[in-house]
Design a protein around this ligand. Structure first.
Ligand SMILES: Nc1ncnc2c1ncn2[C@@H]1O[C@H](COP(=O)(O)OP(=O)(O)O)[C@@H](O)[C@H]1O
Ligand SMILES: [Mg+2]
Length: 207
């Protein structure tokens, strides 16, 4: 008998086709690119641009975007700390499955708490988890404010908004950092190019 979490009598089912076989089929290595940063820092922009760049190179990726996941899988969750943690845990588990499927999974979520991101890293082989920090100043994000959320948060109409009245804990040991150069944010295609170079250099774009 086996007990796992809240379940009993659970056994792992092995199949003949495994991750290595799927990677050979796709000629790439499954991994998770975890994009973290403030709202408005460009996470979704990077994820979409990166997905396009990879697609044009014949590489299969899939974007798990925080906002999109809250339309379905995570629609029962709000923004209190426990729900933020559960949001990240579920996304991490799904990202792990996508990576096991052989895909380059692009997860773009604020994921403000270090321990939640580290929990996702701990779920998988460390070298398959590539944490990308969108290191953009709050002033830039607030100036962009494409959804008008900072304005609402400043006016007290949204409570617990990351960067305003809820903390963002920057990574201490991330694989990559995207930041402004001489006060200018690199164009989306240039940000994507940095990540493509990283993936290429570490052999993820071949099986
Ligand atoms: N590299 C960039 N250069 C210029 N504008 C950008 C860049 N990245 C994002 N933006 C703009 O900033 C805003 C926020 O980007 P978005 O990707 O939605 O952020 P997030 O997903 O982190 O909330 C959008 O209006 C987007 O067009
Ligand atoms: Mg976004």
């Amino acid at each position: 008998m086996s007990t796992l979490g809240n379940s009993t009598n659970i056994f792992w089912q092995e199949c003949q086709v495994g991750k290595i076989d799927r990677q050979k089929l796709l000629n790439q290595k499954g991994c998770v690119v975890w994009i973290t940063g403030l709202s408005g820092s460009g996470k979704s922009t990077l994820a979409c641009s990166l997905s396009k760049e990879l697609h044009s190179r014949g590489k299969l990726s899939y974007v798990l975007d925080g906002d999109n996941l809250r339309h379905g899988l995570n629609k029962d969750l709000c923004f209190k700390p426990e729900d933020r943690a559960e949001n990240i845990r579920r996304t991490g588990e799904v990202a792990k499955l996508f990576a096991d499927a052989g895909l380059i999974c692009l997860a773009s979520l604020i994921s403000p708490y270090r321990k939640d991101r580290d929990m996702c890293r701990a779920m998988m082989n460390d070298s398959n988890f590539i944490e990308v920090f969108m290191n953009m100043p709050l002033e830039l994000c607030e100036e962009r404010d494409p959804k008008g959320l900072y304005k609402l948060a400043r006016a007290g109409k949204i409570k617990g908004f990351t960067g305003i009245d809820d903390p963002y804990e920057p990574p201490l040991n991330c694989e990559m950092e995207i930041k402004q150069i001489d006060g200018v944010c690199p164009a989306p295609i240039a940000m994507a190019g940095q990540v493509v170079s990283y993936l290429k250099g570490r052999g993820f774009l071949e099986s």
